[in-house]
Design a protein around this ligand. Sequence first.
Ligand SMILES: [Fe+2]
Length: 249
Amino acid sequence: MECTFTDLHTHILPGVDDGAKNMEKALEMLRMQKACGVDRVALTPHFYPLREEFQAFLEKRQLAYEALLPNWDRETMPELRLAAEVHYSPTLSELDMRRLTIGESNYLLLELSNTSFPAHIESILKAIQQQGIVPILAHVERCEYFMEEPDRLVQLVKLGAMAQVSTKAMVEKKRRKFVQVCLQKSVAQIVASDIHDLWEKKYLVGNVVSKANEKMITRAEEFAKAVWDNVLPPAYTVDPVKRTLFGYR
Ligand SMILES: [Fe+2]
């Protein structure tokens, strides 16, 4: 496979969340990314609007980034962009969300609850979009309600959200089929690692490419690169995903 990859969801920024514990680990994770063909990495530490003050989060993130930069090496590490994985909150649209987008682009990585379908999600998505921002729903395969009722995800994507699936799920028996079908039907468009630690090396984007999924990952990279470049994604049509007795179709 010739293309290089863009990883839009990582917890590599050291010491700010449950990701890289220290600078050494962060630098090693960046070298691992580059070594498996990932040339562009968004740093997306968790932000929980209901638990943490907005300005405090921005300052903490900025300090960690400024500490990382002098150690960054152009030859052995990917290009970086500052971003966040923003936990869903009904008060989100009151914030200056541009500060949380991927490299201050028009794309925001938005994390929903794993267990309960968020109330008022449609109106919050709309409020985000009214700020000119496209929400990218993070690791949708982890949301039980989407696995149970894929049409809930289909409807949100039809409203203009995009969806990200995790590399780990592409090789995991329990979620693989769901993720594949979502990518095939353009219900999900982006594949990212959500890497938190060194042991997850096998789940980096460049390391999960196989003959079986190469086309899918190449297509997902076109979307990820469009987000990175802050341009419109390739045209796509969202088709329904159905849950069946044996999986998804
Ligand atoms: Fe994450």
